[in-house]
Structure formats: structure tokens, C-alpha cells
Ligand binder design. Structure first.
Ligand code: DGY
Length: 434
């Protein structure tokens, strides 16, 4: 590495550190971005903890613990924890109205749905890099127990008879990929409630072309009000849900978490080995059902009528991260990856860049995200495609070097988009890139 490059990387490392410290609140949790997302988000905090662990291990553990303050008595970990009221984001706690007494820690407000469960994988990585495990034993045990309860909730409340082998996603926000083109038809069909009182707060400056449409938000909020009226999952929500998919993101991350929790259990709860092996087997079988021979890729499914949801997106690569693919599927995904890379010079776009649904700048419909890049690169590496993993890493690095720590980037390399000082981009840069 030339002196010039290493100097530039030092500057970027300092900047990433500055972003994480600026977005830290109370020295115990981190907001994804100061204005656009001013609360604590579930999967964001997982990626963020990985970055924080590179310079302050104790603070990284605290990141997971503060998220778990929002865990519900039934085990669910919500997608947002509203530690302090903030005026710049909607829907806030007053829109969700989760009943008092729902969370395990009293007086914590949360949203009423979940998000992709990266926590178990993060906990395992923190455990691996901890050089004074005895000092952290109690805290690791506590987090392990909470994350296992989260898995119990997924398998108990979000799967269905007879096979119970895939979890259902009940809101586009649960997939973490809000406006993926795969959801379009289902989002259109969501029965609209009265959302006239709801005001979006995510439209700032001229970012409307980079955010979901108003019609998407009407569906998102109709689902929130519908679930709120039912009582969220104090009842069996599945039969009454207005959006139901077998989503690749939730299922892949849950399976990877089961793999990583199984490794952790070998050290701290060996008697749970059978539990984790059972879950790994079940979810692997489930994900195999989402392989499409016709499209040579994994595809999320409409859980109501079992139809595969096109187009192929970056989520189609996540079963590699989960170790759910066989060798032949991994090879086909590598071929697909290379096809996509021929279209644009940076990887990995959210949506198949040859699809008519691809949109260069709009949120989860085209742009490149650093968290999915990290998981996809990890997945390819595990299957021996080191060249692809390295290319994705180089692309991610180049995008940040050219534009800064944006939330997402155009695959033609022209722009960084969304929030400009985005926490998980900074965190994964520290953990993975620089
Ligand atoms: C948002 O507000 O854009 C989030 O993606 C919802 O969790």
C-alpha cells in the first residue's frame, strides 16, 4: 500500500470514528443517523457494534444490551427502541402505541414489529475477539439467553404447521429492505386504513427520489394501524396479517444466527447443542424450498399462495451468508454475480440491474448498501469465491473513498445517497474495510 493510500485510509478511519461517536447517545446506543433515523434500530445496532468493538469493546457490548432493553416478554426484539422522544422521525412511539408492560424492562417504548436478526452473529463475533472473557461472562450469558428467547419467538410465533421451517415476515420494514420491488404487488394489495393523520418526516431537502413513494407509506402505516388494533402479537397475528412473505433476509439471518449461537453454546451452554442443530437443519431445509430452478437463484415467496417473488435482488445472495446453499447453487450465484458486475462497475446493487424494476437512486430498488455487501462477501468467501469477496470489498472501499460514509451508493459509482454520516457504513468500514 502506498504512503498516500495509507494516509487517506487513516483519515477515513478517523472520520468513521467521529461519526460513530457523534451518533452515540448516552454512551450506550447509537442512532443510524442524527436526523433521518434518530432512535435505536435493531439490525443497525448489530452492524454498529462490530465497528465499535474495534476501538471500545465495552461500549460494543452495551450497544447490544441497550437494544435488548426493548425486548418484549414474549421474546420479540422490536425493530426500533425509542429511548428518548425525538421530533424528527415518524412513526414514533405515539403512532405505534405498544401497550405498557410489553417490554421486559419497564418504561421502554418500542415499535411493534421486528427486523432481520443479526444479533446472534454479532454476539459470537464479540465473544471471539474478547480477550478477557471471564470479566464479561455474566454479560455474554445474559445476551445469549435474550437472543435465544428471540429465536424461540421466531420459531414459535412466526412459523406455521406442518413444517415450521421458514419464518414469516409481516411488514416490509421487517425485511429491512422496505421498498424492494418484490413487495410491489403485495404492498399495492394491502387494505388501506385511514392514514390521513400520519405525516412523513423522512422527506428532507430534495431526497424524495431516493426514498419510498407516498403510496408505499400509506401501505406501511395501514399495516401498523391494523396490527396495533389487533394488539400486535399478544394474539396470533399470522391469520390476520395483511402482508405475509417468506423473506430471504429474515430467514437467512436467522439461520446464520443459529449457526453462530451454536458455536457460542459450545462454550457457554453445551446442553443447548441439540436445540441449535435442530434449528439449523429446519431452517436450511426451509431455505432450500426458496431455490428456484427456473431462475437459478433463491427468491422470497408470497406466503399466502407460495408464488416466488421476482425480480432477483441482493437478498438472493444471503443464503450464502447463512450457509444454506449447496455447491451447485453457490456456483450459479457466482455466475449471477458476475453477470451483474458486467452491467455496472460497482457491486452489489439491490436489484438485478437488468430488471425493469431497477432504479439507480431509490433506496432498496437499485443502490448498493455496505451491510449487504459485507454479508454477501462473507457468504462468497465461505464457499471459496475469494475473488468475488475481495472485489465486493474493494468496491465498497472505493465508494466510501470517493463519496464518504453515505447510507447507500449508485452502482454506476456516481453518487452517495441518503444519510451522509450513516453509522453502519462507518462501523463496517472500521470492521471490514480499513
Ligand atoms: C425507515 O424509517 O425508513 C425505516 O427503514 C423503517 O424502519
Amino acid at each position: 500500500m502506498s504512503k498516500e493510500v495509507s494516509k487517506q485510509r487513516n483519515v477515513l478511519r478517523d472520520e468513521a470514528l467521529y461519526i460513530l461517536k457523534t451518533n452515540s447517545r448516552d454512551n450506550r446506543y447509537t442512532v443510524p443517523s442524527d436526523r433521518l433515523y434518530p432512535y435505536q434500530w435493531n439490525w443497525d445496532s448489530g452492524f454498529i457494534a462490530l465497528g465499535i468493538a474495534t476501538y471500545d469493546f465495552d461500549r460494543a457490548v452495551a450497544e447490544l444490551e441497550s437494544l435488548m432493553e426493548g425486548q418484549w416478554h414474549n421474546g420479540m426484539v422490536p425493530h426500533i427502541v425509542f429511548h428518548e422522544f425525538e421530533e424528527h422521525y415518524a412513526p414514533g412511539p405515539l403512532d405505534w402505541q405498544v401497550p405498557t408492560g410489553t417490554t421486559t424492562k419497564a418504561d421502554v417504548c418500542t415499535s411493534g414489529i421486528t427486523q432481520p436478526p443479526i444479533m446472534g452473529s454479532v454476539l459470537w463475533r464479540l465473544y471471539e475477539r474478547c480477550d478477557n472473557r471471564d470479566d464479561y461472562q455474566h454479560r455474554f450469558n445474559q445476551l445469549y439467553t435474550q437472543i435465544k428467547a428471540y429465536h424461540d419467538w421466531f420459531m414459535g410465533r412466526r412459523t406455521s404447521a406442518p413444517s415450521h421451517d421458514l419464518v414469516k415476515c409481516l411488514h416490509p420494514w421487517e425485511s429491512g429492505m422496505d421498498n424492494l420491488p418484490n413487495w410491489d404487488k403485495l404492498v399495492d394489495e394491502v387494505p388501506r386504513g385511514d392514514t390521513s393523520q400520519f405525516r412523513r418526516k423522512d422527506l428532507k431537502g430534495d431526497n424524495a427520489s431516493q426514498r419510498p413513494h407516498d403510496s408505499d407509506y400509506q401501505a406501511y402505516m395501514s399495516l401498523v394501524y391494523h396490527y396495533r388494533a389487533i394488539g400486535y402479537d399478544s394474539v396470533d397475528l399470522l391469520p390476520q396479517a395483511h402482508f405475509k412473505v417468506y423473506d430471504l433476509v429474515l430467514n437467512s439471518l436467522l439461520l446464520r444466527s443459529a449457526h453462530d449461537m451454536a458455536l457460542l453454546a459450545q462454550d457457554i451452554k453445551p446442553e443447548h447443542g441439540v436445540y441449535w442443530q435442530g434449528q439449523i437443519q429446519t431452517l436450511t431445509q426451509g431455505l432450500q424450498k426458496l431455490w428456484s430452478e427456473e431462475h437459478h437463484a433463491f427468491l422470497s415467496d408470497n406466503a399466502v399462495d407460495s408464488t416466488p417473488l421476482l425480480p432477483i435482488t441482493c437478498a438472493s445472495f444471503l443464503p450464502l451468508f447463512a450457509r444454506a446453499a449447496n455447491e451447485s447453487q453457490a456456483q450459479q450465484l457466482a455466475d449471477l454475480y458476475r453477470d451483474w458486475r458486467d452491467v455496472y462497475p460497482y457491486s452489489v446493487p439491490t436489484t438485478d440491474p437488468r430488471s425493469s424494476k431497477f432504479e439507480m437512486e431509490r433506496y432498496w430498488r437499485g443502490p448498493i448498501w455496505i451491510n449487504t455487501n459485507w454479508m454477501i462477501a462473507e457468504g462468497f468467501k465461505a464457499y471459496g469465491f475469494d475473488d468475488i469477496a475481495e472485489e465486493i470489498r474493494n468496491d465498497s472501499r472505493a465508494l466510501i473513498e470517493q463519496h464518504g460514509f453515505y447510507e447507500y451508493f449508485t452502482p454506476n459509482g456516481a453518487k452517495g445517497l441518503g444519510a451522509s454520516q450513516f453509522s453502519w457504513s462507518a462501523a463496517l468500514a472500521l470492521y471490514w474495510l480499513f
